[in-house]
Design a protein around this ligand. Sequence first.
Ligand code: 26Q
Length: 777
Amino acid sequence: MNYDCLSILKWTEAQLKYTHDVSLQEATPQELHEALGQAVMMAISDNWNNSKHTRMHSRKAYYISAEYLIGRLVYSNMYNMGILDEMKQLFAERGVDLAILEDIEDAALGNGGLGRLAACFLDSAASTNIPLSGYGLRYRFGLFKQKFDQNGSQVEAADDWAKYGDPWSYRRYNHTVKVSFPDHTVLAVPYDVPVIGYGTKNVGTLRLWQCEAEEELDFGAFNDQDYLRALTQKNKAEDITRVLYPNDSTWEGKRLRIKQQYVLSSASLQDMIRTYKSAHGKDLSHFADFYAVQLNDTHPAMSIPELIRLLMLEGMNFEQSFNIAQKTFSYTNHTVMGEALEKWNLELMASVVPEIVDIILRIDAKLKSEHPELFIVRDNTAHMANLSVYVGTYVNGVAEIHSQILKDDVFHQWYNAFPERFQNKTNGVTPRRWMGLCNPELTQMIKYRIGGDFLNDLDKIGKLKPMIDDDMVRQFNAIKHQKKEQLCQVLQKQEGISLNPDFIFDVQVKRLHEYKRQLLNALSIMDIYFRLKNGELPDFQPTVYLFGAKSAPGYQRAKAVIRYINRIAFLINNDPAVSDKLKVIFVQNYNCSYAEHIIPAADISEQISPAGTEASGTGNMKLMLNGAVTLGTLDGANVEIVKEAGMENNYIFGATVQQINECRDSYYPRGIYDADYHLRRAIDTLVDSTVPTDDNQRDLYHALLDGTHWHKADHYFLLLDYASYLDAKLRANRDYADRLNFGRKCLMNVASGAKFSSDRTIRQYAEEIWHIEPTKY
Ligand code: 26Q
């Protein structure tokens, strides 16, 4: 805190001078970013060092995650340091607009919710002085960049995010560790990223491992003029952290993925054992007294057998090592969908990590001797979630309803055996990035009204509630309009589209997945379009439906949905008959930075998964905090959002978990299709010639009405929920006409957001799972 902005500016100028020989005004955005980053790293270095030393001897927690979706760091780092405004000012005085750093690419070392949650947690731990560090992988290529071609199809491009350098990490070669496979040994080289707390001197650390070869060049091969062979070891090592797997919520068993997971697990645990020894000496029997490890889903679950293996190498027996591992680890589950749960074939695994398989088999034998009804290994397959429940202290879901489903369904037998292990930790988001940084206008308004900073104590935001009056609503509406104008400028620049900021902004931004039901949204838009053309909706308030989503590159159904939405967008946006009422935009390359522009501008937040499928959602929280009303099902954290903000201030529709379970066996979507003319007309556009169609769109049609060999018809209940969805959607649209009343609902959501700060979440992990205390400064 109290960073000296003028020094940072001077250092930036000096860096630019001696690395590129340019002035502040001449520098490219990339050069400026690099120099400013280095200057900021200098400014925080004492605090960072101090934070490491202060926590050296106390009990700490580690978050191990295969994904960290940290986004762009330059603004958020300066924001958390409390210097962003002053730095902008200083640069502006010298003729440089810091907005040029909008050109800097995101660090997207994650797919979606799970990766962004990890980033929010680190921000919150740093800001609340909780001694938590992160371990992850430094992928050379992050999540692919997305474009749409002429057909409206998603096209992927490599995301070489660090091609201009990465000023936000230090390479710490001296802490390199070795990780061995049967056919080669690789180096895992750590890169440390500072995690700057807001309103504190505390700076946490995210340590990302990058794989490199022990010998970069095989001189024998080189001398034989076999240049390709001379580089094989280098490539083989670097392949491991070359690319982030772009799947979200579907599991794929790949050799390279096991290698990634093992490097993450082994390198992190070797590193923890090294730091343990330097702080507490050689006797590792107290390991679990000083270290708590949180597994972000099962992606790092090989850490469990790896810790056991490492402790046995240090001379402990299996039982002792097992007990330490059991006390050390806890596991967070992020999905209930069977196809997403990691299950590794044992032969495949044994060909990559044979010693890990041996230990898993020993753990499985122990389990079966104690609990014959349970298993980790079955049909030659290791179930990583079961391993994580068995060799762990706690297992948690990420929203109340999700944690309940874990107990009732997914881990029912495990719950019977170990009821005390099951917990809930409802997700949260960092209010610094998702309010303070992306919506300074709203933040200012609230600060002024409740008198003082609330971004590191979001409970204070509740003070707004009794103060909401027409005057505040008008001010809120004006701010919302301003955020829409800003978004319109971004959309003009990024997509070449002009929009009217007076429209309702109805937003669905999240990964593209069948269970998230972007297709349901699209079908309702087609229905509304036809009705508008027929003059059936005379009072319809002009609305833009905005989508942002990436599909896994091999997920044909999801890609067909993207194509379909782009095609209806083309149809609707070019139809003069509705041009003053309806627009559809699918933005390209939706990412963290795009989210920071879209979310503050949203009026309506679409959270429309069938009840019981979305573990929590976190976009729903970001949108709520920025004053969008939720148009959603009783799923994931939506349940808690409307509990806090009131059903009457949101638009809830659709079947409940119970209702879905009750109707599942007799569900007959074709009956609904036959009985509902409007719905039928919308669904038919998947196969008739209203928009260009193709085999994949026909496949969507048949999946809805006929089913496939692996799923019954309409597996995600679009038709079941359609009528109540359209009803809620049109109700929200009608309500918007009363601007004061609608604005009041929005503000009630803002004022009810306290629970959804990840500061609350991380404190609960610290108290109820890790049993650690904030560091005192
Ligand atoms: C696994 C194996 C092989 C390849 C890929 C994967 C993989 C990768 C990422 C599987 C799943 C994911 C990501 C899951 C995810 O983001 N889940 C979301 O987590 C959020 C944070 O808890 C929740 O809010 C969302 O509801 C949940 O969908």
